[in-house]
Ligand binder design. Sequence first.
Ligand SMILES: O=P(O)(O)OC[C@H]1O[C@H](O)[C@H](O)[C@@H](O)[C@@H]1O
Length: 466
Amino acid sequence: MTLRYDATGLKPSVVGDARGVSDLDRSRLRPRLLKAHQAIRTAHERGELGFIDCPQKDPESILSWAAKKRAEGFREQVVIGIGGSSLGSRALYEALAEDPHAGEGSADGLRTHFTENIDPVGVARLFDRLDLSKTLFIVVTKSGSTVETMSKFWLAFDRVCSELGEDKARAHFVAITGPKNDGLRALADHYGFDSFEVPTNVGGRFSVLTPVGLVPLALAGIDIRGLLAGAKRARECAALPDFEHNTLLQITADIFTLYERGVDQIVMMSYSDQLLPIADWFRQLWAESLGKAKDRGGNSVHVGMTPIKALGVIDQHSQVQLYMEGPNDKLMVFLEVASFGRELKVPTRPGLPASLAHLAGLDFGDILDAELQGTRRALQEAGRPTSTWRFDGVQADDLGSFIFAWEFITALMGELFDIDAFDQPGVELGKKLAHGLLGREGFEQWAKLAQSNADAGAARSIDDEE
Ligand SMILES: O=P(O)(O)OC[C@H]1O[C@H](O)[C@H](O)[C@@H](O)[C@@H]1O
């Protein structure tokens, strides 16, 4: 089965195995998809699903604020966030920054670091090498209370205050958080940090096109106008009411049909280093939105498709054996780049043995492309479902389309599963327990958790977990 989607125009430019495509029988799900589409429209009209409005927002005030901030002499920024408050902006920075990990920042674009984990070694390494006088900290948390984010914010604030004094420190912090909370929002008000709002009706993992992503990206000098323009095009495509013209409805029909046939894993395999981190963003979107125990009626359903990240060509030499010959339970989603905009050739210098002589003069981009085509073809021959998202180049515009498209597909999938795609009850429980374990009530909670593990027949003991 071959499905080919064009991320630029979002047109179903189906190539390759047309037999495979018709085999999916898209029209079977047409009525359900149209119903899902209507349900999303109704929820949006009620003021929910604010992610649909994001591409329409005007980025100019963020751009002028960012230009002003850079002119104050900052050269680096550290984005402190996790999950939806980091994965999207990190992916877009990695894809679109000139050379994300090299060189010094400038007044045109700050060098950007993302800190998500709380491994003390990783955090200390990053914080210890910063020139605090030129560093801006962007603290991003919709809830305002995420342990990992807030503990690192406090570390940064303490260090900047100690080095520069509290008065100067305030200019080094920017808060991006919900409109009202007693965590980061309250602190931002208290200390007078510049701040931006995460709209209440936009879920964290759907928020990259709000200030959550736009502010750090604008500071990094990334083309956020292009990003939103691409997202807007995808939004127009998403709004088309008829199934035959709405690529996103068709894509969702294909994925859901495959799911019904036992394909419950989705491998996003990027044939571009620059695009690889977008698979991290996608994994959270897909996993947290669609992995649910209960449907809207409260029935136990345990639905979801496990998202997997893979990199071509590296995973050809690691995972593809399984994808080819293991259980036929994976949809391969290839990310293909038509032009890397950079020529790099295997030298024609004499000396290669005859068996490798054909490599001389080949362009690395062409080799990569041949490897993608070979792998895709081989998987298809083995009857494995594949689809391709083709980017002309790695540009803001196409990435904006890609992001909005997958957000919308996710919402449609939620409707087909008849679940709430915008909550994450399974994560909340762990968060609450972790909070409890870190607080004064910790030992009691710890004991209760251990008891319930034991009641559930879990073989692990407290000692094992320590
Ligand atoms: O933005 P925050 O409130 O800090 O939340 C950060 C992350 O926290 C949790 O893990 C949620 O499951 C995620 O959906 C969220 O993106």
